[in-house]
Ligand binder design. Structure first.
Ligand code: NAD
Ligand code: IPM
Ligand code: MN
Length: 360
């Protein structure tokens, strides 16, 4: 049976990095994996062509796909759009919400070859392997009411931070099961000293822990978690947290791995359908210059194979190919340092492709 893959390049560096990831997808096809690839418009690209960041045709294709590969959306061109609903980021949020992709996996893994690229001391990050499980379809990103309105002669902006017990429970189960498969440790990150919504979060996590006696559950306030991530990140195995805290903590975790350009992600619903994207954005400052690191997107393809297509062996082969390219000293600008060889986005993609072919 052929798997339907929808590729959504998006904006900024999106098209450059997805082009490299598609090379790897095509190489997987040559191994006998049946894939049918389609493209679609999302974000600013969707808005420019159809006046919508999530055109109806794109949403239809997304619903019909087994998995989606997304580059990135957004950029200064659309930042001033009066109608907030037309902003590129809304296209991405619409995909997540419409497909119910509540379970966001963001693995921060340090390739040993990149210990020198991290802004932290090698001994602090060496061997790092953290899985951040971020809730992706609720919390303050989606809570109602929200808006900007006139009150007492001035404008006020407001959002609502809300989680139901059911929403907390389903992301909690994803995280506990992930911890069972990994090192057996789960740290739930909240702000339960201040926010009622996260008091409930903590209570539900405590209750779930009874079902997973083999997992050691701990709790941490988000401000401390941010500090601990840069002080002693290896204390973490799996972290579970809400939508906004997860967004922020995963960018911080990215730097432990050398660059935001190294962090892939999977966003899953309960049927195993998934969207796969690098954690970084559209990087308008480097777009179109061949400077972007495509590895987070290529590693997102590996996650797609593992989580949506049940092709763990091929996934591991892609990850090994990335490792061998790093062994050879090839680096995009963001992870380059003296003694390494700086290459462009496409050269990096080609090198991974070559390594993939030779590592059969
Ligand atoms: P960003 O992640 O795009 O960039 C932050 C910094 O990291 C920049 O200096 C950029 O050059 C660098 N960077 C990012 N990805 C890189 C890569 N692959 N290789 C090398 N360097 C890389 O974040 P930002 O500047 O805050 O946001 C830019 C735009 O992207 C905004 O419109 C934002 O809304 C959007 N955004 C989209 C996504 C997404 O599509 N998932 C995620 C985050 C931000
Ligand atoms: C991410 C991004 C998105 C988020 C934005 C672009 C909506 O920062 O995927 O991390 O905040 O979730
Ligand atoms: Mn983010």
């Amino acid at each position: 049976m052929s798997h339907r893959i929808l590729v959504l390049p998006g904006d900024g560096i999106g098209p450059e990095i997805t082009a490299e990831a598609v090379k790897i997808l095509n190489a997987c096809r040559e191994t006998g994996l049946e894939l049918s690839l389609e493209e679609g418009l999302v974000g600013g690209a969707g808005y420019d062509a159809h006046g919508e960041p999530l055109p109806a045709a794109t949403l239809d294709k997304a619903k019909a796909a087994d998995a989606i590969l997304l580059g990135a959306v957004g950029g200064p061109k659309w930042d001033k759009l009066e109608d907030i609903a037309k902003r590129p980021e809304r296209g991405l949020l619409g995909l997540r919400k419409n497909l119910n992709l509540f379970g966001n996996l963001r693995p921060a893994i340090l390739y040993p070859q990149l210990a020198e690229a991290s802004s932290l001391k090698p001994e602090v990050v060496s061997g790092l392997n953290i899985m951040i499980v971020r809730e992706l379809t609720g919390g303050i990103y989606f809570g109602q009411p929200r808006g900007i309105e006139q009150r007492d002669g001035q404008r006020v902006g407001f959002n609502t931070y809300v989680y139901s017990e059911a929403e907390i429970e389903r992301i909690g189960r994803v995280a506990f099961e992930m911890a069972q498969k990994r090192g057996g440790k789960l740290c739930s990150v909240d702000k339960a000293n201040v926010l009622e919504v996260t008091m409930l979060w903590r209570e539900v996590m405590e209750r779930l822990a009874d079902d997973y006696p083999d997992v050691e559950l701990s709790h941490m306030y988000v401000d401390n978690a941010a500090m601990q991530l840069v002080r002693a990140p290896k204390q973490f195995d799996v972290i579970v947290t809400g939508n906004m805290f997860g967004d922020i903590l995963s960018d911080a975790a990215a730097m432990l791995t050398g660059s935001i350009g190294m962090l892939p992600s999977a966003s899953l619903n309960e049927h195993g359908q998934g969207m796969y994207e690098p954690c970084h954005g559209s990087a308008p400052d480097i777009a179109g210059q061949g400077l972007a690191n495509p590895l987070a997107t290529i590693l997102s393809v590996a996650m797609m194979l593992r989580y949506s297509l049940n092709e763990g062996e091929l996934a591991a082969r892609i990850e090994r190919a990335v490792g061998s390219v790093l062994d050879d000293g090839l680096r995009t600008a963001d992870i380059a340092y003296p003694g390494t060889r700086q290459v462009s986005t496409a050269e990096m993609g080609d090198a991974v492709l070559a390594a993939f072919h030779t590592s059969a």
